[in-house]
Ligand binder design. Structure first.
Ligand SMILES: *Cc1c(COP(=O)(O)O)cnc(C)c1O
Length: 405
């Protein structure tokens, strides 16, 4: 794919016209940089989706069925992101199909609304659950949790459990937590945004008793940036439509029972109405997930080639670089070891950002003097832009080139 194929040239045009600069995204599927480039066939599906109107409830139902088939899950529902999926799942866990409760969220009182979460699993995205009116019930410690602590928290106020995979420490397994939760009749919601795909992880969480899983459309799947999936058990996933879809309906003609809606009278606009998805997002996500399932990770290849080019451009230089064959997102990453070169990471980040073509790299390891380049958001030509920006930042900081040799 050339930069033009990926929409690079068009984006320059539209955004340059309103004074917005193009940047280099070496972070990966970062929302603050608009995510990754979409494959032309995904863009084509989105354009096709705008040609004529459809009933959104029908579209959501059919798209959910398709996605459930592709992902091998019972049910799926398209949301505006994994974060929205967490909010919608929480709303469904708290209010069920009770129209009065749906209308009350998020200021609901007198019903179970605690979501149990391990201290080790806490994350800034917890806000997405609180937005639906949940109260987080934090159990255990960063490095250790007793199953008994989870059991104690699963009292009459508990509406569900949030589980985040990939956190190290001595903690009960998902299977143990889910089995306990099932005994108390509450569902376990897995925040799978970072760890699925690979789809084997999704399969394992389901096998281990997860009731709901939130997935991001804009990360591994390379779908539209504002898309996500809530998937899992049908009776729960089907509740989400009520919380999410436009309820500008008349009571007399509202179709009860469609889309899993079973209250006797319709609720009003739900808490999820502020997280609506358009038909373009749904069509683009379907196309992207189908591409992923047919050839997992294949659309990362152009970015990976660009990362290889960058490695060649940077080595050998004054800045030690380390190639890692894989990372949390399943792609290779290139590490810039600023600490070894005696460079200050914060100053370096600012220098990259303040150049003619602003460059953004992954900063999660900046605390130890390491920046990472993730290939997923790179487009043709970016390797040269990053190499130029790195050279400028190094020379601005006064380290002589070739210091290692
Ligand atoms: C990225 C991420 C989210 C949010 O995903 P969006 O699709 O951007 O809403 C939620 N949880 C975790 C752990 C994430 O990494």
């Amino acid at each position: 794919m050339s930069a033009e194929d990926q929409g690079g040239a068009a984006a320059d045009g539209v955004f340059a016209g309103i004074g917005v600069r193009r940047v280099v995204n070496g972070v990966g599927p970062a929302t603050r940089l608009g995510g990754v480039a979409l494959h032309p066939s995904v863009v084509a599906a989105m354009a096709d989706a705008t040609r004529h109107p459809v009933r959104m409830d029908e579209l959501e139902r059919s798209a959910g069925r398709e996605l459930a088939g592709l992902l091998h899950v019972e049910s799926a529902y398209v949301t505006s992101g994994a974060s929205a999926a967490l909010t919608l799942a929480t709303a469904a866990m708290i209010s069920g199909e009770d129209a009065a409760r749906i209308d009350e969220l998020p200021r609901i009182e007198g019903v179970p609304r605690d979501i149990v979460v391990l201290a080790a699993h806490r994350d800034p995205y917890d806000r997405a659950l609180e937005a639906a009116g949940a109260r987080l019930r934090v159990v255990g410690y960063p490095n250790t949790t007793h199953l008994g602590e989870v059991a104690r928290a699963l009292d009459d106020d508990a509406a569900g459990v949030l589980y985040r995979p990939g956190r190290p420490g001595d903690h009960p397994s998902l299977a143990a937590i889910a089995s306990l939760a099932a005994d108390r009749g509450v569902p376990v919601l897995v925040d799978g945004a970072l760890y699925a795909p690979p789809l084997e992880n999704l399969r394992r969480w389901m096998d281990h008793g997860a009731a709901l899983v939130a997935l991001s459309g804009g990360k591994h799947f390379r779908g539209p940036q504002a898309s996500g999936i809530l998937c899992g058990r049908s009776e729960l996933v089907e509740l989400v439509a009520l919380q999410h879809q436009d309820m500008d309906e008349r009571e007399a003609t509202w179709i009860r029972g469609e889309g899993g809606a079973t209250p006797l009278t319709p609720p009003r606009q739900g808490i999820g109405r502020a997280m609506k998805v358009g038909r373009e997002q749904i069509a683009g996500l379907l196309a992207a997930v189908a591409r992923y399932v047919a050839a997992p990770g294949a659309d990362n290849e152009p970015g990976i080639r660009e990362l290889e080019r960058l490695r060649t451009l940077l080595e050998p230089g004054s800045l030690p670089v380390v190639w890692h064959e894989t990372s949390v997102l399943g792609v290779p990453v290139l590490e810039l070891d600023l600490a070894s070169a005696g460079l200050d990471a914060d100053r370096f980040v600012n220098a990259l950002r303040d150049g003619d073509r602003p460059v953004f790299l992954e900063e999660s390891e900046a605390w130890r003097g390491v920046l990472q380049v993730n290939p997923m958001g790179l487009i043709e030509g970016d390797a040269q832009s990053v190499a130029d920006a790195v050279a400028a930042a190094v020379s601005a900081s006064g380290v002589p080139d070739g210091r290692r040799s």
